[in-house]
Design a protein around this ligand. Structure first.
Ligand code: SF4
Ligand code: SF4
Length: 100
């Protein structure tokens, strides 16, 4: 059973703007990603919006595999700040989970 942590979303919002709710799930980002990261942002960002931290931790490798190239973001019809959102996830993992 997945645990919902409302404070997780609060912490994400505090660190940076997280506009993942604008996503219309079109799949363009998945099709264009050179790293074939199909999870970002359509699934993983949704988990964030739902406050499910464990799914973010589970996908640490994917989060750090992103090149921040913005191939996805530049072609996103909904204007989702994908690269910034990935940075926000990294900041959260660094500071809150791994205490780096
Ligand atoms: S391209 Fe934009 S709107 Fe489409 S799935 Fe990716 S983030 Fe969502
Ligand atoms: S910014 Fe990251 S998720 Fe987006 S296309 Fe580049 S590698 Fe893939």
């Amino acid at each position: 059973m997945l645990e919902v942590k409302p404070e997780f979303l609060e912490q994400m919002k505090l660190s940076e703007e997280f506009n993942a709710s604008a996503c219309i799930n079109c799949g363009t980002c998945t099709a264009l990603c050179p790293m074939e990261i199909g999870l970002l942002p359509r699934h993983l960002f949704r988990y964030v919006l739902m406050g499910i931290e464990e799914k973010v931790i589970e996908n640490t490798e994917n989060i750090y595999s992103c090149l921040l190239c913005k191939m996805c973001e530049d072609n996103c019809p909904a204007g989702v700040h994908i690269a910034e959102n990935v940075r926000a996830l990294r900041s959260y993992l660094n500071e809150t989970v791994y205490r780096l």
